[in-house]
Design a protein around this ligand. Structure first.
Ligand code: SF4
Length: 330
């Protein structure tokens, strides 16, 4: 199994988040999660508006629907930046081919991935609907298999946890692709088995079938199909109930070796998790302690227990109000 500390995922990030004061009004943002991530990942900051030649500060720009097409307009000057931004976006997509994930500025007409205002005209007071930014939308079209989030959504710990889990899975999978080794693919599949089970059991069965055909297909063919299904598995965060099923599965491995009191204690923690009284890490870490104590080799190697470096775990907010429909990535 590839250790979380052996890899450095690459994240492309809107430059105004922690890296430069390049917003239209000369401001930048300071995001604590990005600061915490910094020692563990390699960031590639980019600012579409500055990189197409706009100054900082600058008059704001907005998305405007003109004859059913979306344009990027600077109302104060009537400048239409659409073509410039489209050319820039095409070259950016090639530049970012090796990244493992994206953190983008919320609601920006350039970088935003959702809830970006699209106005009916460039005039003041025009009505608007919601959509994607010009660059953010293309990132979703091109890199939908990777974790893509905006800094606003990442304030929620459940969304952060899902983002980090997918980030590390996809970065490890990239390593497997580069190794061109079927053995490494099989070992990746095996060590992520419980994590994938918690995410989506039906999709996991499909991946099992693909792995079983490994001897009959070329490495390139098998990873191409595998990657497609892997992205589907990690599209939506696991439900509480699926996590509980996997936790209880793990307990079966050492149940016969512990006392009734210990077993009841573990069950009570799982129930507290089920009732949203403790975070997932509470029953998970207690079960992990038993896995270590009884040297259960198969479980020790499961990424389910450590999907990303523990230093990145931060249960700072409640995550309340986040139903599962909000926990998908693109
Ligand atoms: S949101 Fe994107 S385009 Fe706007 S300042 Fe930030 S990085 Fe630049």
């Amino acid at each position: 199994m590839i250790n979380n500390y052996e890899i450095t995922p690459i994240i492309a990030i809107s430059k105004c988040i922690n890296f430069a004061k390049c917003r239209y009004n000369g401001d930048g943002d300071n995001n604590e999660f990005v600061t915490r991530l910094n020692p563990f990942v390699k960031f590639i900051p980019f600012c579409p508006e500055v990189e197409i030649g706009m100054s900082t500060p600058r008059k704001p720009i907005r998305l405007v629907e003109v004859n059913k097409e979306i344009h990027l307009i600077q109302p104060a000057t009537q400048l239409d930046l659409t073509s410039n931004m489209q050319k820039y976006t095409t070259s950016l997509m090639t530049r970012l081919i090796n990244v493992d994930g994206f953190i983008l500025k919320t609601r920006s007409p350039s970088c935003g991935i959702k809830e970006v205002k699209i106005y009916q005209s460039a005039k003041k007071g025009a009505t608007s609907k919601k959509g994607r930014g010009m660059v953010g939308g293309e990132i979703i079209n091109t890199y939908s298999h990777l974790p893509i989030e905006d800094d606003g959504r990442l304030r929620n710990f459940k969304i952060r946890e899902h983002f980090l889990t997918k980030l590390y899975v996809m970065a490890k999978f990239k390593r497997v692709i580069l190794s061109e080794s079927i053995d490494n693919l099989q070992s990746f599949h095996s060590s992520n088995n419980l994590l994938m089970m918690a995410y989506n059991q039906i999709r996991l069965k499909e991946l099992n079938k693909i792995i079983n055909q490994a001897d009959n297909l070329s490495f390139d063919d098998i990873v191409a199909v595998y990657e497609k299904y892997l992205a589907k598995i990690f599209r939506i965060a696991p439900r509480y109930t699926s996590n509980i099923t996997v936790l209880l599965n793990c307990v079966e491995y050492f149940k016969k070796d512990i006392s009734e009191e210990e077993f009841n204690f573990i069950n009570s923690l799982v129930e507290e998790y089920r009732n949203h009284k403790v975070p997932f890490s509470v029953p998970l870490n207690v079960i992990k302690a038993y896995v270590i104590r009884f040297h259960i080799h198969y479980l020790i190697n499961q990424s389910f227990f450590d999907p990303f470096p523990k230093e990145l775990m931060d249960v700072n907010d409640s995550g309340k109000g986040t139903n599962n429909s909000k926990l998908f990535s693109y």
